[in-house]
Design a protein around this ligand. Structure first.
Ligand code: NBP
Length: 483
């Protein structure tokens, strides 16, 4: 029921799919929620369809909306990221007072959040950039929430946000991540990991389909089984559902009638751009973003399919030991996924150091266990890993994951060899294995690259046997001089 006369605990601006579901979620948890949308029709639709679910205060104007909030005012923005978010922030800030709190729950770029937080702080307002994951279903029934911003404001928004978040083992999937852009940065990397996770699942499917010759129904059963073990996760669970789905119009597996060109909205790309700036190799996420780009260029693919030589190496016959191949693929998937998470956590660590956020990796593994798209049982293991060694140089060095790798690596290599011989694309399986071997390698060809750089650009190099920087006089008598 709408309640007039009392002030709202929190307000939501932007009532498209995410905002209206978050507003309903808040109302379901006993909060009185002011609601406002630029075009009033969405506000009317929310109240008409769901007004009975709790206490809503619908506003026709932004003035009415701000006036309906108790102090300190808390306004959650759920509008399109970018210019729309800036416009709404300005409208709110113009009407708010010292100590009021603006929460941006959209998928904003963390650098925008840093800028906005600074601008709002200068006006005496608190600004909380909160990453929210879980799509529309999560928004309604319990998302994972990653709020950044001043610790002080978390006292006012934390309990509210925690009350609507998913809960795992009694712990809400929401915690204060760090100052200014920390929450949106972490949400961005979460989405990047999601890209890699989806791609490795896709590669596993592709191998079972085109190397082992299995039908989608049978592969669905394999994923269902995998979901009962180490790979237990939301994404593996829905993969089994999607693969088992039949197209009503043709009777074919639905996956066979879906165009194989993947879309993207940008958070994966942002993760890779930020990683490039920070100098962190997120090869799994990068290859996943590029794999979507390759799939999406249908014109180029039309020109190339069938027109590039595959080579003449005989493929392998999987039929003889299909069960072993399936298990090898499962292990390759698990290993590549571990690498993607290890790289994502490396990026968060680097971002945290660069911006002075002090992000605790244990918090992330804990709050990603529920609500969000990458929720997975193995996140408990990541929490344990950082619990026993908060300064872990790489997740892969944690004794548990290290032990897992011992089990996985032979299968992983076999799968990469098989796929490569058969000409099947496995960008994340293969690049993750190369990354892993790069980490293990005693010597890398970077020594030669330093030599080349010194040759053409006098960039100098360091020696293995003494301190200092050196340069070889390549165009003279090739003596080495100290730089
Ligand atoms: P959209 O991202 O589709 O945005 C639509 C909303 O933005 C509408 O309420 C629209 O108002 C409002 N809006 C726009 Br567009 N320009 C505006 C402006 N200049 N001033 C005021 N309002 C404006 O909505 P969504 O899919 O619900 O997502 C909301 C946020 O949550 C986004 O930042 C999104 O990236 C993020 N997110 C989405 C998901 C998901 O699964 N969809 C998941 C996680 C996060 P109108 O009705 O008047 O046009």
């Amino acid at each position: 029921m709408s309640t007039h006369g009392s002030l709202a605990h929190i307000g939501v601006v932007g009532l498209a799919v995410m905002g209206s579901n978050i507003a309903r979620n808040l109302a379901h948890h006993g909060h009185r929620v002011a609601v406002f949308n630029r075009s009033h029709g969405k506000t009317e639709a929310l109240i008409a369809d769901h007004g009975h679910e709790g206490e809503f205060l619908p506003a026709q104007t932004i003035d009415e909306f701000v006036a309906s909030l108790e102090r300190p005012r808390r306004a959650l923005i759920m509008v399109q990221a970018g210019a729309a978010t800036d416009a709404v922030i300005e409208q709110l800030a113009d009407r708010m007072d010292d100590g009021d709190i603006i929460i941006d729950g959209g998928n904003s770029l963390y650098t925008d959040t840093i800028r906005r937080e600074k601008a709002m702080a200068a006006r005496g307002l608190h600004f909380v950039g909160a990453g929210i994951s879980g799509g529309e279903e999560g928004a309604l029934n319990g998302p994972a929430i990653m709020p950044g911003g001043p610790a002080e404001s978390y006292k006012h928004v934390g309990p509210l946000l925690e009350s609507i978040a998913a809960v795992v083992d009694g712990t809400p999937c929401c915690t204060h991540i760090g100052p200014d852009g920390a929450g949106h940065f972490v949400k961005m990397v979460h989405n990047g990991i999601e890209y890699a996770d989806m791609q490795v699942i896709g590669e596993a499917y592709h191998l079972l389909r085109y190397a082992a010759g299995m039908e989608p129904d049978a592969i669905a059963r394999v994923f269902k089984k995998w979901n009962t073990g180490d790979l237990n996760s939301y994404l593996v669970e829905i993969t089994a559902e999607v693969l088992a789905q039949k197209d009503a119009a043709t009777g074919k597996p639905l996956v066979d009638v879906i165009v194989d060109a993947a879309g993207q909205k940008g958070t994966g790309r942002w993760t890779v751009k930020a990683a490039l700036d920070l100098g962190i190799p997120v090869t799994g996420i990068g290859e996943a973003v590029f794999a979507r780009a390759l799939s999406g260029d249908l014109a180029q693919r039309r020109a190339t399919v069938g027109n590039l030589p595959a080579g003449t190496l005989p493929g392998e016959v999987i039929n003889s030991d299909k069960d072993r191949f399936i298990e090898d693929v499962r292990r390759a998937l698990y290993a590549s996924k571990l690498v993607a998470y290890a790289q994502g956590f490396d990026e968060i660590k680097a971002g945290s150091e660069e911006y002075g956020w002090n992000v605790d990796p244990r918090d992330l593994a804990t709050i990603w266990r529920g609500g969000c798209i990458i929720r997975a049982t193995f996140l408990n293991r990541i929490t344990e890993a950082y619990d026993s060694d908060p300064g872990l140089a790489s997740l892969l060095l944690d004794p548990y994951f290290n032990g897992e790798m011992t089990e996985l690596v032979d299968s992983w290599r076999r799968v990469v060899v098989t796929a490569t011989r058969m000409g099947l694309p496995i960008p994340v399986f293969a690049s993750s294995l190369s990354y892993y071997d790069g980490l293990r390698a005693e010597r890398l060809p970077a020594c030669l690259i330093q030599g080349q750089r010194d040759y053409f650009g006098a960039h100098t190099y360091r020696r293995t046997d003494k301190d200092g920087s050196f340069h070889t006089l390549w165009n003279d008598d090739r003596r080495e001089v100290e730089a």
